[in-house]
Design a protein around this ligand. Structure first.
Ligand SMILES: Nc1ncnc2c1ncn2[C@@H]1O[C@H](COP(=O)(O)OP(=O)(O)OP(=O)(O)O)[C@@H](O)[C@H]1O
Length: 587
């Protein structure tokens, strides 16, 4: 094995020995996994290399978004990439870990059944479980008047087309914690708006003050969309009386709602000792919420406040560790802690995209391929090994339209052109990654305009903000365009979650060029037209959740670029994360 080792490979831990070295050289562990495990083992005088291996594999699991490693199934989960490795016998392995000093005070590792955790995630999972159990153990919320409730539900969700939403709203009225799930266009926002009106009416009947409502989402973009959608529903469907009962509100990111603290990025102003004042907390895009954020939210929400977690559990999970929404959907219901509130029927016009999303979700490969090839004008499939020509005719006109508007200083037109279309990639780097496509589009612009685009900031450069800057008021997920002012200077117009901002390029810290973006970063946002590049079969990111998330970013048109075998593989392969929350809530 050692003869093919590249000693300059930064993933190699050169000091590693024994079983850790074998796993590292086989590519199953990177250097950081080995170093963390070796250091912990030496600090706590653990000399059993099986335990160090388990620890390194937990580091690896957390890197990939899992919360823990199940020792009983680790071998199947991790796979061996065809290399013959000396995997410990599961029973012996578990026994060695269970008696390890790594599990004694100060307990860097925790064992729960056969699941091995770092202490932090174990405690967060335990806290989420306990807080949810406490919420569900309370007496159900009181209904001020059953007849008015029935009349309110019928008024806000009239007729058979609202049956599903009426039932979901009624379920939510009768419990403290609700997970409201549904795919794109299934009426989640409509349900939330109606539910809030029903709850406000009940509060009025009970003689309570108007309920304080928090609307929140993990990103600024998703929060802005939620606010816009709820306002739209209120102005379109709710009576003046219902709207007046709700009062005014603004959606905020979870970080803003909980109140960031200058001294900590994981602790907030609102916590168990300083609860949020709200009576109703609605969280949209809950699939993007990590275990850590869910722990912080649950400790901050008052036990007698309603918590409505809205999302689509078939989407990719949070970038950070955990798969909280999927765990809650199963765990809360199976454990008898909450009744399900699921919406299944899509109400959006142009249901071709909805049909495709359903077929992707159900792993119906023939249907997916049929829809992509013959499904109608909103769907298209670009097959073949080299999509550059096909994509040039899609991407370049938009890039040039953005540039023309930006040259003319017309920020509105430039931002409109930017919102029309998104190119989504699975990977950041590599042949079909974001970096490649950003450069390719820039090269095409140069070919058309003869402008070499040497500067980082050029007229018409579209950007994606990738970190919150509270001072500037720009948030992760905000997008903008570089505009030329009449005096020749460049400004970046950001379509921020809190309105339009006009900033000097140098003031913006972490931004990326946005001719293309990753599917992960596109979560929580949509565009009229979406082109998604499905990576080759060798890509480890290729999963059903990735494909589904990409498809559901499109409002009117989706173009899938890839080949049939990769699509079939994507449909079969799940982005499974090891977590224990579902089991904890169930048992
Ligand atoms: N029962 C219904 N009958 C007819 N139209 C409906 C119904 N419910 C919702 N709609 C309409 O369907 C569209 C999608 O609804 P809504 O925005 O509530 O869905 P959503 O699940 O929140 O969507 P998203 O995918 O954006 O999260 C809206 O135009 C809404 O007005």
């Amino acid at each position: 094995m050692t003869s093919t080792i590249d000693e300059f490979d930064s993933a190699l831990a050169l000091g590693a020995t024994g079983i850790l070295r074998d796993f590292n050289q086989a590519g199953l562990l990177v250097a950081a996994d080995v170093h963390v495990a070796s250091r912990l083992a030496s600090m706590l005088a653990e000399d059993d290399e099986k335990v160090a291996l388990a620890c390194a594999l937990v580091v690896r699991a957390v890197r990939a978004g899992s919360v823990c490693l199940d020792l009983a199934t680790a071998r199947e989960e991790v796979g061996d990439d065809g290399v013959d490795l000396d995997w410990p016998d599961p029973d012996e392995w578990l026994a060695a870990v269970a008696s390890s000093p790594l599990l004694a005070a100060p307990q860097p590792l925790r064992l729960e059944g056969s699941r091995l955790y770092f202490d932090r995630y174990w405690r967060e999972e335990e806290q989420v479980e306990q807080d949810l159990r406490r919420r569900s153990a309370q007496a159900a919320p009181t209904i001020a008047d059953e007849d008015t409730l029935r009349a309110g539900l019928d008024r806000l969700f009239p007729g058979t087309s609202y049956d599903e939403q009426r039932a979901a709203a009624e379920t939510a009225v009768r419990q403290w914690t609700t997970v409201l799930t549904g795919g794109p266009g299934t009426g989640k926002t409509t349900t939330v708006a109606g539910l809030l009106a029903v709850l406000a009416e009940q509060a009025e009947l009970a003689g309570d003050r108007r309920p304080r409502i928090a609307l929140t989402a993990p990103t600024g973009k998703a929060a802005a969309r939620l606010e816009e959608a709820v306002r739209h529903e209120m102005s379109g469907r709710l009576s003046a009386e219902d709207t007046a009962r709700l009062g005014d509100f603004h959606a905020r990111t979870l970080h803003m709602l909980l109140g960031r603290r200058p001294d900590s990025s994981t602790r907030f102003r609102h916590d168990r000792d300083n609860r949020l004042p709200h009576d109703i907390v609605v969280v949209d895009e809950t699939s993007m919420v990590s275990l850590t954020m869910m722990a912080r939210l649950l400790e901050a929400v008052r036990p007698d406040a309603r918590l409505i977690l809205v999302g689509d559990p078939d989407q990719l999970a949070s970038i950070e560790a955990g798969a909280v929404l999927a765990d809650l959907v199963d765990g809360l219901v199976a454990g008898g802690h909450a009744r399900p509130a699921e919406l299944r029927t899509s109400h959006r016009f142009g249901s071709e995209i909805g049909d495709l999303a359903l077929a992707v979700r159900a792993d119906q490969a023939e249907e997916v391929l049929h829809l992509l090839r013959f499904g109608g004008d909103s769907l298209s499939f670009v097959e073949g090994d080299d999509p550059r020509d096909a994509l040039r005719s899609v991407l370049l006109p938009d890039a040039l339209a953005i540039r023309r508007a930006a040259e003319a200083g017309d920020a509105d037109a430039a931002l409109r052109a930017l919102e029309r279309h998104r190119l989504l990639c699975a990977h950041r780097d590599g042949p079909w990654g974001v970096t490649y496509w950003n450069r390719t589009v820039e090269r095409w612009i140069t070919e058309e305009t003869e402008d070499p685009l040497w500067d980082t900031w050029y007229v018409g450069r579209p950007v994606l903000v990738t970190a919150n800057d509270y001072g500037l008021g720009v948030y992760n997920g905000d997008v903008g365009v570089t505009i030329r002012r009449p005096d020749g200077s460049l400004r970046v117009c950001i379509d921020g979650s809190r309105g339009r901002l006009d900033l000097a390029p140098g003031r913006l810290g972490t931004v990326e060029t946005l001719h293309a973006m990753t599917i992960h970063k596109a979560q929580g946002s949509q565009a009229a037209e979406v082109t998604v590049l499905i990576p080759g079969e060798e890509s480890r990111l290729l999963t059903r959740e990735l494909f589904y998330t990409a498809v559901t970013r499109a409002e009117k048109q989706i173009r899938v670029v890839g080949n049939e075998p990769a699509i079939r593989l994507a449909l079969h392969r799940r982005a499974l994360r090891a977590t224990g929350l579902r089991q904890r809530l169930t048992t």
